[in-house]
Structures are given as structure tokens and as C-alpha cells.
Design a protein around this ligand. Structure first.
Ligand code: NDP
Length: 460
């Protein structure tokens, strides 16, 4: 992390080459205050824009993102080291989310409630300025999941990308202006978390903060938001279980397991980093898993065949390494990484001694997956739930009744059966327990960017 507390220019690093990736201006507190004030003034206009026009502007923004998918993807490869195929998906996801919410302004409606003596109606009203704090692991999608529904509901947005990965957010800000969104409706403010992000939390004119990142900072935000009774949505990562029953398609479960945890080099809040396998098929599962792990193509992210890039920084690599090296950890097998520069770490499968091991309990946020056996359905659910987190998870079985029972038993916000899919723009996404609260995407996110106002009109 840099140490610029009052704004200034900062050089970014390409994590695949360790070469410069660009320069960026970090905002100071005074600049954040100015941007928030301008967003507050812009809100007075934006909330009155006709719903059809707001929808049209969001569709124009989506069309420009679509026209710039390749440019945005290349920028992400340079700044974040994501494989080019993944980066294209991420840019396309921003387009899709914008298109999805572009229909919302005309569909946001209240209710008419039967009461005595008059007419009672509810209105869904925008909140005002929304502050969005984005982490470095998925700079584009996480930004879009916040700003698209916030803008659709009639709010204005100030967005702080992570220090390490601000380039695509800045470009999205330019595209929003080019699409015709009025000045100050959507402002991107690169800067440090404790400076710009913290200002979003303390500033009276910011009515809601959406945060994605660590539990530690999420807790700080929750405490800070109390003073002004700010609305918050927190998405704080996970330690998701991938539960494999003996009656499942074992080959398919093993073939897909690496993608479920090594995508984005494991820097994924939904990573299925705890594999629980029914004891009787554990050895067979590991035999099937080994070639799948060794086959993960960890190569230059610019290469079309790349499946896994480097970690975001050397500090992250050291943090990941601390879970595995020097802890008499039983490494079952691992993949390979390119020689030379870059913050690479190989896809690694470990066999913890017990569920008390740090690697089993804590979020590694790197390409390390732990495997342990379970005895029966109840043991699988108990082990899956023995975690402070509850974000995602997968259940592999051919038994429908079991799939239903286990999916109702596991404490997590997003589960998939015989699949590892976590994110669809039309369905709610968010966590249980210390994975946070509030939901992104789908209709639930839209609701979280509005207040319900109830008005009674007397007959008399
Ligand atoms: P952080 O929680 O520190 O950072 C996430 C975002 O919050 C960044 O934009 C950061 O800014 C900002 N931030 C940091 N401090 C504050 C603050 N006091 N007030 C407001 N905003 C703040 O995560 P890290 O990047 O340090 O990663 C640490 C761990 O967090 C990971 O190992 C992983 O376990 C978890 N994590 C989870 C994510 C998820 O998807 N849920 C995403 C990222 C991390 P800045 O860039 O300046 O630090």
C-alpha cells in the first residue's frame, strides 16, 4: 500500500510483469468533500429526470461499455493481471447489469393499501448520494453491481476503487459522461481507503455506503455509519464449502473443482476453498482432482489460453504463502507457475490435519484449497457451517431429497447444486453471518437503494 494521505500521484504496478501499469491521482479529503457536495447538488436534478429518460441514459451507458469491452478488458489485464478471457467477461457483466437495471426506473412502483377514511399509497424514493467502496479483486463487476441499481433508483454515486486497481473504474466514469449522464451523477474518486472511503462513511450528505472487502474494514464501516444512521450494505468474503457426496458425478465434481477456487487466482469471495468429500470416495476424488489441478493454465494473462493469472501484489503472495509454507502443512499436489517476474503462486491442494487448522478456517484469498472428509449428511452440514462466514457453496449429489435438505441446512446466501455458479445479474447475491448483509443484484438490490415513503390522503 502507498502512504499518500492527502492526495497526489501514484504509480500502479502490473502484477504479471512488475512493470509500471499507469499513474493515477489520489483524491484528498478536501477533494472527496467537493465531489460529495457536487453529487448532492446533482441529485436534486437526477431524481427528477423522467424514468424513461433515466432508463435510456443507462442503456446508452451500457451500449458504450459494450463498444469498449475489449479496451476495458485489456486495461484490467494490465492493472489486475486477470486472464484476458475473464476480463472480457467482467466488462460484459457491467454492460449486462446496466441493461438489466435500465428497465427499473419505469418499474419502480409503490403500493396502494386499503385503509379507512382515505387513500394510502407508498412511494419508493431515492436516498441521495451513495458511496461505493470497491476492492481490487473484481474492480469492474463489483463497481457495476453498486452503481447500476443505485443510479436506476435515482441516486447519485461517488465511487472509490481500490488503490491498486483504479484504471477500469476511471474509464467507466468517462464512458458514463460520454453516454450523457449529467455531470456529477456518477463520480469516480481513486484514493486511499482510510482517506476517501472513510470520508464516505463520515460525511453527512452520503446516505448509503456499499462496501465489499475484508471483515475488519466492514466492521469499521458499520461502527462509523452509526453516527449518521447511514444505510450500509456489506459484502465481506467467505470460506465456502464444496460438498461432494459419494452418489454424485465424481468426475464432474473433480473436473470443475479447480475453477471454483482458482478462478481469479483464488482472490474471490465465493471461492469454494473448503472441499468436503464423503469419506468412502475421498481417495478416488483426490486421484481425479490431481490432473485437473495440474492442468490449470497459469500463464501470461494476455494469452487467450490463460486460466489463472498472478496474485495482485507481493504482499498478497506472502500472505497466501504464510498459510501453506512452514506450517508442516500436508501439500497433496500443486500446479506450476511461469518463471521470472510477476506475483505468481501455484494452484495448491492441502490436506489439513483438522477443521481447527488456520488454512481450513481463514479466508486465504489465494489459490489454495483444503480437502477434508465427512461421514454422513449431518456431518457434512455441520462441517460446512462450522465457519464465521456464509457466502456461497456447492453441493454435489444425484439425490434430489438430499440436495434439498443440505441446501436448506447450509448457512450461506448463495448455493448451487451440481454447479459452482454464484452470480447472475437478476438474482440476489450476499452473505449470512460475517460474510455481511444486504443483497446485491436482482430486484432486492434496487429496493436497498430506496426508502419507502407512506402517504395518507384523507377523503375529507
Ligand atoms: P480491504 O477491506 O482493506 O479493502 C477493500 C476496500 O476498502 C478498498 O477499496 C480499500 O481501500 C477500502 N478501505 C480500506 N480501509 C478502509 C477504511 N478504513 N474505510 C473505508 N474504506 C476502506 O481489503 P484488502 O484489500 O486489504 O484485503 C484484505 C482481505 O480482505 C483479503 O485477504 C480478503 O480476505 C478480504 N477481501 C475480501 C473481498 C471480497 O470480495 N469480499 C475483496 C477484497 C478483500 P484501499 O484500496 O485504499 O486499501
Amino acid at each position: 500500500m502507498t502512504a499518500v494521505l492527502t492526495g497526489g500521484r501514484v504509480e500502479l504496478v502490473n502484477p504479471a510483469t512488475e512493470q509500471p501499469a499507469g499513474e493515477v491521482h489520489f483524491a484528498s479529503v478536501a477533494e472527496a468533500d467537493e465531489a460529495i457536495l457536487r453529487a448532492h447538488r446533482a441529485f436534486e436534478h437526477w431524481r427528477t429526470v423522467a424514468p424513461a429518460d433515466r432508463g435510456r441514459l443507462l442503456r446508452a451507458f451500457a451500449a458504450l461499455v459494450d463498444a469498449h469491452v475489449e479496451e476495458l478488458a485489456q486495461l484490467e489485464v494490465r492493472n489486475s493481471g486477470h486472464p484476458i478471457g475473464n476480463a472480457r467477461w467482467e466488462a460484459g457483466n457491467v454492460r449486462d447489469v446496466l441493461n438489466y437495471y435500465s428497465a427499473a426506473p419505469e418499474r419502480l412502483s409503490g403500493r396502494q393499501i386499503p385503509v379507512a377514511g382515505g387513500l394510502d399509497v407508498t412511494f419508493s424514493e431515492p436516498l441521495g448520494v451513495v458511496g461505493i467502496i470497491v476492492p481490487w479483486n473484481f474492480p469492474m463487476p463489483v463497481a457495476g453491481w453498486g452503481f447500476a441499481p443505485a443510479l436506476a433508483a435515482g441516486n447519485t454515486v461517488v465511487l472509490k476503487p481500490a488503490e491498486l486497481t483504479p484504471l477500469t473504474a476511471l474509464r467507466l466514469g468517462e464512458l458514463a459522461l460520454e453516454a450523457g449522464l449529467p455531470e456529477d451523477v456518477f463520480t469516480v474518486l481513486p484514493g486511499e481507503g482510510p482517506v476517501v472511503g472513510q470520508r464516505f462513511v463520515t460525511h453527512e450528505l452520503v446516505r448509503k455506503v456499499c462496501f465489499t472487502g475484508s471483515v475488519r474494514v466492514g466492521q469499521q464501516i458499520m461502527r462509523g455509519a452509526a453516527d449518521s444512521m447511514k444505510r450500509i450494505t456489506l459484502e465481506l468474503g467467505g470460506k465456502s464449502a464444496n460438498i461432494v457426496f459419494a452418489d454424485s458425478d465424481l468426475a464432474e465434481a473433480a473436473r470443475t473443482a479447480p475453477g471454483s477456487v482458482f478462478d481469479n487466482a483464488g482472490q474471490d469471495c465465493c471461492a469454494r476453498s473448503r472441499i468436503l468429500v464423503e469419506a468412502g470416495v475421498l481417495d478416488r476424488f483426490l486421484e481425479l482432482l490431481e490432473p485437473a489441478v495440474r492442468d490449470v493454465r497459469v500463464i501470461d494473462p494476455r494469452d487467450e489460453a490463460s486460466e489463472m493469472g498472478p496474485l495482485i501484489s507481493d504482499a498478497r503472495r506472502q500472505a497466501v504463502s504464510s498459510f501453506v509454507e512452514g506450517d508442516s502443512m500436508d501439500v497433496a499436489f500443486r500446479g506450476s507457475v511461469p518463471d521470472g517476474a510477476g506475483f505468481w503462486y501455484p494452484p495448491t491442494v492441502v490436506l489439513p490435519k483438522s477443521t481447527a487448522d488456520r488454512v481450513w478456517r481463514d479466508e486465504v484469498f489465494g489459490p489454495v484449497v483444503s480437502v477434508l472428509p465427512f461421514t454422513d449428511e449431518a456431518d457434512a452440514v455441520a462441517k460446512a457451517n462450522d465457519s464465521q462466514y456464509g457466502l456461497s457453496g456447492s453441493i454435489w449429489t444425484r439425490n434430489l431429497g438430499r440436495a434439498l435438505r443440505v441446501s436448506r441446512g447450509v448457512e450461506a446466501g448463495n448455493l448451487s447444486v451440481n454447479s459452482h455458479s454464484s452470480v447472475r445479474y437478476s438474482t440476489p447475491f450476499g452473505g449470512f453471518k460475517q460474510s455481511g448483509f444486504g443483497r446485491e443484484l436482482g430486484p432486492d438490490a434496487l429496493d436497498s437503494f430506496t426508502e419507502i415513503k407512506n402517504v395518507f390522503f384523507s377523503h375529507d
